[in-house]
Design a protein around this ligand. Structure first.
Ligand code: ADP
Ligand code: MG
Length: 241
């Protein structure tokens, strides 16, 4: 079974009286453990799709389509359950890192766990979580930066922290929105190496959106987004019609 099913997704933004259709029937099956890249021009609706997939926003109320994880539809969950689901199952990496400037690298990484577990829950597991955070940051090549603040890091290092933060809860799904969009080509390629390392032997599913075909090629499969639709593809990343 697919880890993630996206069926006939519609999303229309309203700007005053003007309706702007952005997703016009997006369908996509993503297998468990797959690294999928969604390639599309700026404004093609990539972030909108990723936000819907992560339960950060909802499809159109009428005939907006369906998103399901292992057969469980997000639309059937209450707002509380959807938030809980997101905390437990989904990690996010964004183009602009979204780190907290006052916190160190280690603290920023642990933040994801604090949010999921609450203060008391976090304190109960603090020792174990700190070990996990150190291990993740080690894999990201940041062992020598644990006490640094984001302002003392390069862009590539900041994004590595964001990846560690996204993975501290060991989510089965990682959603990445232009993770290399703010990095030069070499730093971006190194960051994708970290993605590769962080996949490890787990069955983690990665969905990454990008406007850069070179970045997309690093994934197992590439689909293209245009005119509010996903063009279906053949296996191996070559795009068909
Ligand atoms: N909250 C919003 N309100 C109105 N229009 C929006 C909103 N978010 C995005 N859009 C519009 O939807 C289109 C797709 O945006 P987006 O999903 O951010 O595309 P991408 O990530 O591919 O650049 C763009 O034309 C954008 O201006
Ligand atoms: Mg975007």
């Amino acid at each position: 079974m697919s880890a993630i099913e996206v069926e006939n997704l519609h999303k229309t933004y309203k700007l005053g009286k003007v309706e702007v259709p952005v997703l016009r029937g997006v369908s996509l099956d993503i297998a468990s453990g797959e690294w999928l890249a969604i390639l599309g021009a700026s404004g093609s609706g990539k972030s909108t799709l990723l936000h819907l997939m992560g339960g950060l926003d909802r499809p159109d109320a009428k005939s907006g389509g369906r998103i399901a994880y292992d057969g469980r539809a997000l639309g059937d969950l209450s707002a509380n359950d959807r938030n809980q689901f997101r905390r437990d199952h989904v990690g996010f990496v964004f183009q602009f890192y979204h780190l907290v400037p006052e916190l160190t690298v280690l603290e920023n990484t642990l933040l994801g766990a604090m949010i999921r577990l609450g203060r008391l829950g976090y304190l109960r597991e603090a020792g174990k979580l700190r070990d996990s955070a150190r291990e993740l940051l080690g894999k990201a090549g940041l062992s020598h930066r644990l006490g640094h603040k984001p302002a003392q890091l390069s862009g590539g290092e900041r994004q590595r922290v964001a990846i560690a933060r996204a993975l501290i809860n060991d989510p089965p799904v990682l959603l990445a929105d232009e993770p290399t969009g703010n990095l030069d080509q070499k730093t971006g390629a190194e960051l994708l190496d970290v993605f590769e390392t962080m996949r490890g032997k787990t069955e983690r599913t990665i969905v990454m959106v990008t406007h850069d075909p070179k970045v997309a090629q690093r994934a197992d499969r590439v689909v293209e987004m245009a005119d509010g639709l996903i063009r279906q593809t053949t296996p191996g990343g070559s795009v068909g019609v």
